[in-house]
Design a protein around this ligand. Structure first.
Ligand SMILES: NC(=O)c1ccc[n+]([C@@H]2O[C@H](COP(=O)([O-])OP(=O)(O)OC[C@H]3O[C@@H](n4cnc5c(N)ncnc54)[C@H](OP(=O)(O)O)[C@@H]3O)[C@@H](O)[C@H]2O)c1
Length: 260
């Protein structure tokens, strides 16, 4: 049985990946949906025409990966597509973001991403694909959303080097790097905790796109075997400029952007 494994499938882009993989031409028998909120996963599952399985797991807990690996062994699956969308960010400087969130962001965005990949790889064969939801935040340091940006830089480098390691196994690995995506829970969660009346560290979220466009573009890039997917003009320009402009200058440019 060839399955798609999607983390962060209870909302936003993860749920949209489930829908588009379901409707698309992928050779998949079942879609496995992972996140903490069981009911939300079940609602997404009901929308799909493929059979689905719901795994209400907290990916910061080591035992979650054992649960998943046991289920994969028992069902004798091949993981045709792994999409890792689980992740979150918190806006604020070093003093504003709590110690809990500072460390938990690293756990979800970095450790869990590596863990889920290591869990799925033994079940993958030539022609199978991995998509890691990184961000344009990976391209430069970002004060006032610092740790989130640094976690995505880790994920981006991990993904690109993993791609090279997996070339002999003919497993395609793509780093998906959108700029702001507005129709997900991400921005509301990132802003939560900011006090009313306080000047927001990031004033608005210009040049935002939507999850349908990002997911469509990400699946196309993955099918073509691209290393990096920048779904939209702004993130493509950002990627190019980040290669040629010094990092200090990029930080000052971000200083202007976050006050816009
Ligand atoms: N929206 C943007 O502007 C944007 C831009 C660039 C990159 N991204 C990245 O894209 C990915 C998807 O984000 P989104 O915009 O779709 O946001 P979202 O709607 O908030 O989705 C995040 C998903 O992660 C899951 N998750 C969070 N913590 C988890 C944990 N400990 N264990 C298991 N699952 C967990 C959430 O499910 P539960 O709460 O049910 O666990 C949810 O399904 C993230 O990695 C994000 O960093 C987002």
């Amino acid at each position: 049985m060839r399955i798609a494994v999607i983390t962060g499938a209870s909302s936003g882009m993860g749920a949209e990946f489930a829908r588009q993989i379901d409707r698309g031409e992928e050779d998949i028998d079942e879609i496995w949906l992972i996140a903490r909120r069981k009911q939300r996963l079940e609602e997404v599952g009901k929308e799909l025409s493929h059979p689905s399985r719901v795994f209400p797991l907290d990916l910061t807990k080591e035992e979650s990966f054992q649960t998943l690996e046991d289920a994969m062994k028992e069902a004798k699956v091949q993981v045709g597509i792994l999409v890792n969308c689980a992740g979150y960010g918190k806006i604020g400087n070093y003093a504003k973001v709590s110690r809990y969130d500072s460390i938990n962001m690293i756990d979800v965005n970095c450790s869990a991403a590596v863990n889920i990949t290591l869990s799925c790889l033994p079940f993958m064969r030539p022609g199978d694909r991995i998509l890691q939801l990184c961000s344009t935040a990976a391209f430069q340091p970002l004060q006032h959303i610092n740790i989130y940006g640094a976690t995505k830089a880790f994920l981006y480098d991990y993904t690109r080097a993993l791609r090279m390691e997996l070339l002999p196994r003919k497993i395609a690995v793509t780093a998906v790097c959108p700029f702001w995506v507005k129709d997900t829970e991400f921005i509301a969660i990132a802003k939560k905790g900011q006090r009313n009346g306080e000047k927001p560290p990031i004033k608005s979220f210009p040049f935002a796109t939507n999850s349908k466009k990002v997911v469509k573009s990400a699946l196309r890039c993955s099918r073509r075997g691209y290393a990096v997917c920048t779904p939209g003009a702004f993130c493509t320009i950002h990627r190019i400029f980040a290669k040629i402009i010094p990092r200090e200058a990029l930080c000052y440019f971000w200083e202007l952007m976050r006050r816009m």
